[in-house]
Ligand binder design. Sequence first.
Ligand code: GRF
Length: 202
Amino acid sequence: MSTPRLAVLVSGRGSNLGAILEAAAAGALNLEPALVLSNVAGAPALERARAAGVPTAVVSHRDHADRAAFEAALDAALDAAGARFIALAGFMRVLTAAFVDRHAGRLVNIHPSLLPAWPGLDTHARVLAAGERWHGASVHFVTAQVDGGPVIAQVRVPVLSGDTADALAARVLAGEHRLYPAVLSWLGSGRLALRDGQVWMD
Ligand code: GRF
């Protein structure tokens, strides 16, 4: 069987994308990065993709009248790339239930918290303000509930005394860069699946 193709959707910096592309180059991803798609034309992530020789596309939400039209354009690009799996990596658009359902079990996201704790934005500052002892990141299947889909795996890091939001974010991010390629490699090998809304590992 040929290696399934992966599309990575990005909006910004692309450090998780970088970790994914490194794993692919090392032969450790079990997926072929076939497309890096951004909704932001100037996203630094696109430069990382080009440097790695991975095809890129820009589909701006601003060029489309509504979410359905934007997502139809996303689907056209994903189909053209033959993408079987889709990894959201700092993709800053909320996807509709229709899109998420079309790609159920093939669409994953990384979120910088120990879900179900701290969905949403600015997790590091909120975790610090709440006096939490532990923080981390989660990879989950995407459902229509933002940051609410079934969690596949997590990485946990301590909150240290004197932490700033930036220091904590950097500690979490280092964990993200180990976690995301590992989870994607399980998807690629077929060990991991979503069945009846539940995470299954063989
Ligand atoms: C990461 O913290 C990820 O968990 C969140 O957005 C950030 C993206 O960072 N979804 P990068 O673009 O991968 O560097």
